[in-house]
Design a protein around this ligand. Structure first.
Ligand SMILES: Cc1ncc(COP(=O)(O)O)c(C=O)c1O
Length: 466
C-alpha cells in the first residue's frame, strides 16, 4: 500500500470509526451472532490478489460489527468497564504506524522514556510513592505471574539458577482469598507452585479475606515443613469489589518474610480520586502492585500498570543477556524486556499519554465520580424495591443484586438477549446474582435507569406462569 492509498483508506476508516461510535448505542450491546456465523462470511482461503477496499469495508460492517459485543456502549454493564476512549484509539494508530519495538532503550528510546514518564504521572495520580517504579505489562494476569515469579526467586535465593522448584527441599506456598481473581491461581500454577500448595483463604461477610485464617494457614504450613512464600491481596475483587485487609496482611507478610502483591486490577483506577485512597491504605508497603488503566480509566486494551519496590530483584529474575541484545547504553537505561515476560513490546505508553494529554486527569476524575454516584443511586433504588436486594457493599461502581424470587440467571439472560443492556450473571457463595458494573465512558444516569427498568421487566416476565 502506498502512502497515498493509505491516506485515502485511512480517512475513510477514521470516518468509519467516528460513525461506528455514533451509531453504536443503537446496536445490540451483546453480539447476537451464533457460533460459526462470522467465520461463514469469510472466504475459506486467503486472497491471492488484492481485493477492493470497498469489499473490506462491507465485510467489516456486515460480518464483523454484528459479531462484536460493544464494550464502549453506554448500556454496557457487564464484567467491568473496558473503555477505549478516542485519544487511546488514535494513540493505537500512531503506535502501529511507528511500529516501535520497546524491548530495549536503544530499539526505540522514545518508547522507553515516554513509558517512564507516564508511569510516573500515573503513580502520582493514584498516590503511589516514588519508592515504586512502574512498567507497562499487557494484562494484570501477566503482572501477577511476574510478581509470583519474583516472590519465588526471593524465597529460594534465585533457585531458578540451580535446580528450580524441582530441587527445592520443601514446597513453597501461596495465599490469597477465595474471592481472588482466577488469574492469581493461574499465575501460581504457571510459576510452578503446584495446586497442592495454593491456599484459598476464607472470607468474611463482606467477602474480604479473614486475616486470622491467613495467619492460621501460614502457621499450619510452617508446622508441616512448607515454606510460605507469597500473599496476594485483592483490592477490589472481581465479583463483589471486596477489599482485603491490607494492613493485617502486610503485618503477616512482614512477620513471616513473605512477598505481598496487590491485585487492584479494577479498583486501582479509582485511586485517582483522593477520597478512594483509604481503601488501599498501606499499599506503599507492598512488594508489587498491579492495576489496569485498560479497564475503567479509558485506555483501550491492553495496558496494565505494574509497580515494584525492588527493581533490581525484578530484573535479576527476568533478564536475559544474549549477545545480540546487548547495547552500548546498558547500565545507564531501562531495557524493559527485562521487566516482564515478552521480549517484543509495543509502544503502549502512547495510549496513556494521549488520554491524559487530551482529556486531563480532572476530566477522568469527574467521570469516575459520576459513575460512583450512579452506582449509589442504583443501589438506593434497588433497596427501595422489596422484590430485590443488594447483596454486597457498593464499594465503587459495581452493584451486586438479586431478585428474591425470580431465577436471576434467566433474568440476566433475558436482559442480555434483548440487546438493550448487558449485565453479568454470577454466583457468590452458591447464590445466583446479577452484577451491574457501571463505568462505560458515556454511561449517564438515564442509561443506569434504563438497565434497572430492563431488569425489572425481565424479572416480571420470568416470573409469569407459563
Ligand atoms: C481483580 C482482577 N484481577 C485480575 C483480572 C485480570 O485482568 P487482565 O484481563 O488484565 O489479566 C481481573 C479482570 O477482571 C480482575 O478483576
Amino acid at each position: 500500500m502506498t502512502p497515498d492509498a493509505f491516506r485515502e483508506l485511512g480517512h475513510r476508516l477514521v470516518d468509519w470509526v467516528a460513525d461506528y461510535r455514533k451509531r453504536m448505542d443503537k446496536l445490540p450491546v451483546m453480539s447476537p451472532v451464533v457460533p460459526g456465523e462470522v467465520k461463514a462470511a469469510f472466504p475459506r482461503s486467503a486472497p491471492e490478489t488484492p481485493q477492493s477496499p470497498q469489499a473490506l469495508l462491507e465485510l467489516l460492517d456486515q460480518a464483523v460489527v454484528p459479531g462484536i459485543t460493544h464494550w464502549n456502549h453506554s448500556r454496557f454493564f457487564a464484567y467491568f468497564p473496558g473503555n477505549s476512549a478516542f485519544p487511546s484509539v488514535l494513540a493505537d494508530l500512531v503506535c502501529s504506524a511507528l511500529g516501535a519495538q520497546a524491548m530495549s532503550w536503544q530499539t526505540s528510546p522514545a518508547a522507553t522514556e515516554v513509558e517512564e514518564v507516564v508511569m510516573e504521572w500515573l503513580q502520582d495520580l493514584v498516590g503511589l510513592p516514588r519508592t515504586f517504579t512502574g512498567v507497562i505489562q499487557d494484562t494484570a494476569s501477566t503482572a501477577t505471574l511476574v510478581a509470583l515469579l519474583c516472590a519465588r526467586e526471593r524465597t529460594t535465593g534465585f533457585g531458578q539458577r540451580r535446580g528450580g522448584m524441582q530441587a527445592e527441599p520443601s514446597a513453597l506456598t501461596v495465599y490469597y482469598s477465595e474471592e481472588a481473581h482466577s488469574s492469581v491461581e493461574k499465575g501460581a500454577l504457571m510459576a510452578g507452585f503446584g495446586a497442592e500448595n495454593l491456599r484459598r483463604i476464607e472470607t468474611d461477610e463482606v467477602f474480604a479475606l479473614r486475616p486470622e485464617r491467613l495467619a492460621h494457614a501460614i502457621e499450619t504450613d510452617l508446622g508441616q515443613g512448607k515454606r510460605p512464600c507469597a500473599i496476594v491481596a485483592g483490592i477490589g475483587t472481581t465479583a463483589t469489589t471486596a477489599f482485603d485487609p491490607l494492613h493485617a496482611m502486610l503485618a503477616l507478610a512482614k512477620k513471616y518474610g513473605l512477598w505481598l502483591h496487590v491485585d487492584a486490577a479494577m479498583a486501582g483506577s479509582a485511586m485517582i480520586l483522593p477520597e478512594c485512597r483509604p481503601r488501599w491504605q498501606g499499599v506503599e508497603e507492598a512488594d508489587s502492585v498491579v492495576f489496569n488503566p485498560h479497564k475503567w480509566l479509558g485506555v483501550g486494551l491492553d495496558l496494565s500498570a505494574y509497580y515494584v519496590r525492588d527493581v533490581a530483584h525484578l530484573t535479576q529474575t527476568l533478564s536475559t543477556q544474549p549477545s545480540y541484545l546487548k547495547t552500548a547504553q546498558d547500565g545507564q537505561v531501562k531495557n524493559f524486556r527485562d521487566w516482564g515476560v515478552p521480549l517484543g513490546r509495543r509502544f503502549r505508553a502512547l495510549k496513556l499519554w494521549f488520554l491524559l494529554h487530551l482529556e486531563g486527569a480532572e476530566a477522568v476524575r469527574r467521570r469516575l465520580r459520576r459513575d460512583l454516584e450512579n452506582a449509589r443511586w442504583l443501589a438506593a433504588e434497588i433497596a427501595r424495591n422489596p422484590d430485590w436486594e443488594v447483596i454486597a457493599p457498593v464499594a465503587l461502581q459495581t452493584v451486586c443484586i438479586r431478585h428474591r424470587s425470580a431465577d436471576n440467571m434467566a433474568v440476566a439472560q433475558r436482559v442480555n438477549l434483548a440487546g438493550r443492556a448487558y449485565v453479568t450473571p454470577s454466583v457468590v457463595r452458591g447464590r445466583a446474582m446479577i452484577r451491574v458494573s457501571i463505568g462505560s465512558e458515556h454511561s449517564e444516569r438515564p442509561d443506569v435507569q434504563a438497565v434497572w427498568d430492563e431488569l425489572q421487566r425481565a424479572a416480571a416476565c420470568t416470573q409469569r406462569p407459563t
